[in-house]
Write a protein that binds this ligand. Sequence first.
Ligand SMILES: [Fe+2]
Length: 420
Amino acid sequence: MLKDRYGNSLTTESDAARDAYIDGVDKFLSGNAGSEEAFRRAVEADPNLAVAHVGIARYRILMADRPGAAAAIQDARNATGQSEREVSHTEAFGRLIDGDGPGGYKAIRAHVVEYPRDVMIAQTCTSVFGLIGFSGREGREAEQLAYTTYIAPDYGDDWWFLGQHAFAQAEVGQLELARENIERALEAYPRNGHNAHINAHIFYEEGNNDAGFDYLREWYVDYDDNAYLHCHISWHVALWTAAAGDMDTAWRLLEEGCSPENSKGPGLNILTDTVSFLHRAQLSGIDVPAERWKRISDFAAETFPRAGLAFADVHSGLAHAMAGNAEAFAALTKEAKGPAAEIVAPTWAGFKAFAEGDWAAAERELGPAMAGHERLGGSNAQRDLLEFTLAEAIRKQGRAAEADRLIAMRRPRQQELAAA
Ligand SMILES: [Fe+2]
């Protein structure tokens, strides 16, 4: 019986299908380009390798191609002779694609209990954009760490696992453990987009901006722009480049890496990274042309017209407010939806007041969002957008010391960037 790299048996007699599947999984887990192509090679070699069809579905949904994902799940369901694990693998992920979020999550957790080393299913519950990260639940960062800790005995020194465990640790402030784990992960596999990205987060949380910038900009030079993390890593590099005062390069990185016209990455990254960069640039005193806000507002209105995914919703709302796109703002904000709706609504109101220059209202409206903004999803670094906006609203009212104190209390190692 052929096996994947994690020791899971594969129902195929084709070495080519097995090798291509392993290649697809490795590229997917390491954020390198070519995973979908590898999964397609696997199903060409053996159309009955259901888990490779699911791999295609994983990539399609990442690119917000729901019909493409549904078609791949159907191909997986049509595969014959599958083992119990493979059927469960297809069904657990398939239910998400069918639109049954709660049922899919439940099935995935049950699958992970039964088959903890089925990495492509275990992976769905990791990272700040995963099923726990985007759950909207209170305490989801602690829950994330509980999850990676739970699967730790099954993964040992595996580079994928160490990276995700490090990310979960970093997001709750366990920076020493995070640093230790990410260095072990990178030693095992240095050209790993996810782990390079996680390392950047750890540098950021450490307040170690110079070292982070040096590391990431060097790492990023050879990173394939077809890789799905290319946009988001461009954002990290662009932010540090802007903080270092080189705006020409920062704008170029944003344009090449994150713009709707040039990026090959997921729409969610294009939206959130562009909006975040523009707003943080503006907060730090850089002149942001209105045209840039208009472009990303138009993209948001086209790509995420309705509310539902909290992390997209707050960034879209900010884009529309800053672009003065009242129509799109009104259409989006009619009703906050989803498990984090009670955080989304005040964030929208706060961003709108901020865009209108009503600093007191911005401070008042953002207040209720601050205690629980982890529920919006994304990383601490991404949600510094809210921390820095609130601080600026306070500063604009002539209370600079209070604004500094807010950052010193809530994000003590980010003072340098907050004041940039
Ligand atoms: Fe990031």
